[in-house]
Design a protein around this ligand. Structure first.
Ligand code: NAD
Length: 329
């Protein structure tokens, strides 16, 4: 495939999401340069054919690197990777990459400030390849939906904020890792969309868990009740695709003691981001506030072990597993 930004792609943060995303870039035939604080995470990508950088700054100084992706846990980590002592923006002599894409889920106001600082103060290195229609480096926020399964399959949805030129240049690259690339508006707009999506998902998962737990407490098999939901008005992603009750669906985190999947810690972080946005917009979020408390309860009960957010069914609702079928037929 020929990209506008043909060249080496730098990838910062190759954890659960970043590793399969970077692997898909390698599979497409693109050279990839990776950096992660965790050397074991870097080694896995090097075994797949990537090269390793010693810092984001070095990535920013490496000739031939045209674009950088980052996939980091939270706002502070992104700030460190971009603006820390060895951050990307410390590149001596200007940046080699002109397209900077952050796919982490972080605070939109920081994203907008970072994009403005990059547009105002950052320079490209002499001879660096430019994004068409932009004289200097361009930042795009592109958080994702689809989880680890979507990252592995290359079917993520990217929610983008940034200039038209930036998103136009980012799109062919993002399409190597995802099936949909939506442009929502200015820098930070992608983050707002992602946070709203996860607010709805958090509440939806709590609602499905609550109703299935009540049915089970009243003697219904959650698998049978799920079937009813899925052909009735309660049908949703949490009932149909990602059911939180052990024994209802195979190959989802609830089938594996809530291991893998979307960490309840990330869900708590995303709800805190939603509450921060709501505070500044003076928008009431009564369900979001309650959901934040419930997912905190999941984290407290899981004793520091990483656990999928569907574990709300177990830890908040004391939900029973499915007994494997409809009784009385
Ligand atoms: P992860 O913890 O598995 O991976 C993050 C990686 O970043 C780790 O390898 C860590 O060592 C590295 N890292 C941390 N700070 C760093 C720094 N300053 N410089 C370089 N590397 C650093 O997290 P993840 O599951 O890949 O999630 C990443 C982001 O994607 C989060 O913002 C999360 O909210 C979002 N997200 C996750 C999922 C999911 O299902 N896991 C789904 C959608 C969105």
């Amino acid at each position: 495939m020929v990209l506008d930004m043909q060249g080496t792609i730098g990838f910062i943060g190759v954890g659960n999401m970043g590793a399969p995303m970077a692997a898909n870039l390698l599979k497409s035939g693109l050279p990839v340069l990776v950096f992660d604080r965790n050397p074991a995470a870097v080694d896995k990508l090097v075994k797949l054919g990537a090269r390793a950088a010693s810092s984001p700054q070095e990535m920013g100084e490496t000739p031939g690197v045209t674009a950088i992706m980052s996939m980091l846990p939270s706002t502070d980590h992104v700030a460190d990777a971009y603006e820390g002592p060895q951050g990307l923006l410390k590149a001596a002599g200007g940046l080699q990459p002109s397209l900077l894409i952050d796919s982490s889920t972080i605070l939109p106001t920081y994203t907008a400030e970072l994009a403005a600082r990059i547009a105002t103060y950052s320079m490209l290195a002499p001879g660096a390849r430019k994004v068409a229609g932009a004289p200097g480096p361009v930042f795009v926020d592109a958080p994702v939906s689809g989880g680890v399964i979507g990252a592995v399959a290359g079917t993520l949805t990217f929610m983008c904020g940034g200039s038209a030129a930036g998103v136009r240049a980012a799109k062919p690259l993002l399409q190597l890792m995802g099936k949909a690339v939506e442009h929502l508006g200015d820098p930070g707009a992608g983050q707002v969309a992602k946070i709203c999506n996860n607010l709805a998902m958090a509440i939806q998962m709590a609602a499905v868990s609550e109703a299935l737990a009540l049915g089970a407490a009243m003697g219904l098999d959650p698998a049978a009740l799920t079937q009813v939901f899925n052909s009735s008005s309660a049908r949703c992603w949490s009932s149909q695709v990602y059911n939180p009750v052990p024994g209802v669906l195979p190959d989802v985190p609830s089938a594996h003691e809530y291991r893998g999947g979307f960490n309840a810690g990330f869900m708590s972080k995303d709800l805190r981001l939603a509450l921060q946005l709501a505070g500044s917009a003076k928008q009431p979020l009564p369900m979001g506030e309650r959901a934040a408390q419930l997912y905190q309860q999941v984290l407290d009960a899981s004793g520091g072990e990483p656990v999928d957010f569907g574990a709300i069914y177990k830890f908040v609702y004391n939900g029973r597993p499915s007994n494997g079928g409809v009784k009385g037929n």
